[in-house]
Design a binder for this molecule. Structure first.
Ligand code: PCA
Length: 324
């Protein structure tokens, strides 16, 4: 009897030990604050995976560039330092123009067009990432990009010479085209750059204006809705392949749900962010026709450059996007 109890205990311990080793722990670095809607979506994704795998796959979200800087996350996932990560696609445009398709100003301006562009971009992203040993799980758009600026402006000429914060090659290029001085600063360091006067203007969403407390130093947001850049959740292929079948399915299912949820929240929160900025004292300005004309010109020039770099693959992407 005693023996039986003992062996039962031993068996119990063994089960516990097996359960402990069977648990897989993944890190998910992201570059935006925990309260940002993209990050909240990632946290929900991780919770869904945890639940669906009965705790077998534990994903820890490291928000606000705390584990890797925004521009380091992709390489970390590729090298397996992190099993998965959230990246802003446009940051990697110099590596491959496909990453920058959603960063071209005035190409896809509302949520409907942006979704269409995302669909057209997806097979190309899958291909590029697969060649790098990674897999795309989902993409979610940021709210439309507008101009944060200290004084009222009627055209891009009014921004000549100002210190302009960029978050990607495309946003640095805009500065160059309008005669502003670009400084690349990741979102996690934007508050400080604004407070210390390192930058005095930038283009981004209402979300990042709110997250970075831009209203403390900048009064105007010109709602140009010039493009909707996307974040993407990517996974290291070897790490994914090492999961058992049911965990893989749990990840894919939670990712598909996160994509639907993320786009919906992005769109819903767009107005909320603008209202919140207004309540903090900012003025949300409709851009003048001249300003929009200028932005269209900037967009046309950047699209021409992008087409040149992206070649036949870029043409295929644009054709899919423009297909009625
Ligand atoms: N916010 C991010 C990227 C696009 C956006 O809306 C940022 O400003 O860094």
């Amino acid at each position: 009897m005693l023996m039986t109890t003992r062996s039962m205990l031993a068996a119990g311990l063994l089960t516990l030990a097996t359960a402990a080793t069977a648990q897989t722990k993944w890190d998910l670095p992201s570059a935006y604050p925990a309260s940002n809607f993209h990050t909240e979506n990632l946290i929900q994704f991780a919770a869904d995976v945890d639940k669906a795998t009965a705790g077998k796959l534990k994903i820890t979200v490291h928000a606000n560039a705390s584990l890797f800087k925004a521009n380091e996350i992709k390489r970390a996932v590729q090298g397996g330092q992190a099993q998965m990560g959230e990246i802003l696609l446009g940051i990697f445009e110099n590596e491959n123009p496909i990453f920058g398709a959603d960063g071209v100003p005035m190409l896809a301006t509302g949520y409907a067009q942006s979704r269409k562009l995302a669909q057209a971009q997806k097979p190309h992203l899958n291909k590029v990432l697969a060649a790098q040993g990674m897999q795309l799980l989902y993409t979610v758009a940021w709210p439309p990009q507008g101009i944060y600026v200290k004084k009222e402006i009627g055209s891009v000429a009014d921004m000549r010479g100002i210190k302009w914060r960029a978050y990607s090659p495309a946003t640095a290029k805009i500065a160059e085209l309008i005669g502003a001085q670009p400084v690349t600063i990741q979102a996690a360091e934007l508050s400080q750059a604004l407070a210390t006067g390192v930058v005095e203007s930038y283009m981004s969403s209402g979300a990042t204006g709110y997250d970075s407390k831009t209203y403390e130093s900048i009064k105007y947001f010109y709602d140009t809705q010039a493009w909707l850049p996307k974040n993407a959740l990517i996974v290291n292929k070897k790490a994914f392949d090492a999961l058992d079948k049911s965990s893989q399915e749990a990840v894919l299912k939670a990712a598909a749900e996160a994509e639907v949820r993320g786009w919906k929240i992005s769109q819903e929160k767009n107005d909320w962010y603008k209202k919140a900025l207004t309540e903090k004292g900012m003025k949300i300005m409709p851009p003048s026709p001249k300003l929009m004309q200028d932005m269209s010109q900037v967009g046309a020039s950047m699209l021409a450059d992008w087409e040149k770099k992206a070649g036949t693959e870029g043409q295929a992407l644009l054709a899919a996007f423009r297909k009625p």
